[in-house]
Design a protein around this ligand. Structure first.
Ligand code: DGP
Length: 118
């Protein structure tokens, strides 16, 4: 989608520190990490939010990729958090679905906005 920063990262027009890529999804490091591990996983196809009717197989691939990223980062044992901020109340700032994969330190149990350390 024109003007979408994550579409530009997906197409290679803008740079990112890529962690994993296939024909449907891209994982890359968050520009402003809130945790020792903070990676984003996006579908290459543009959807503004997780409530935009993403097909089941794409949803499954998106979340399975997020879990594989967590595995590759060594987070499965200690634990990790997947977050999808959706809309204004959740303070979604980039309007292209992205799953935050966060871990590497104990997290607050409260606000799910971000995975800030305790
Ligand atoms: P949110 O929409 O609040 O769920 O979070 C958007 C995240 O995207 C935020 O953690 C910062 C990250 N971000 C924003 N712009 C860029 C960018 O150009 N490159 C990368 N790698 N991350 C970005």
């Amino acid at each position: 989608m024109d003007g979408c920063i994550f579409c530009k990262i997906a197409s290679g027009e803008l740079p990112a520190a890529k962690v994993y890529e296939d024909e449907r999804v891209l994982a890359f490091e968050d520009l402003n990490p809130q945790m020792p591990v903070h990676t984003l996983v996006i579908p290459k196809k543009h959807y503004s939010t997780i409530a935009d009717g993403i097909p089941d197989d794409e949803m499954g691939h998106l979340f399975n990729t997020a879990v594989r990223v967590a595995e590759a980062k060594g987070l499965v044992g200690p634990g990790f958090r997947l977050t999808v901020n959706t809309g204004a109340d959740a303070q979604q700032t980039v309007h292209h679905i992205h799953v935050h994969v966060c871990g590497g330190a104990p997290m607050n149990s409260g606000s799910p906005k971000q995975s800030a350390p305790q």
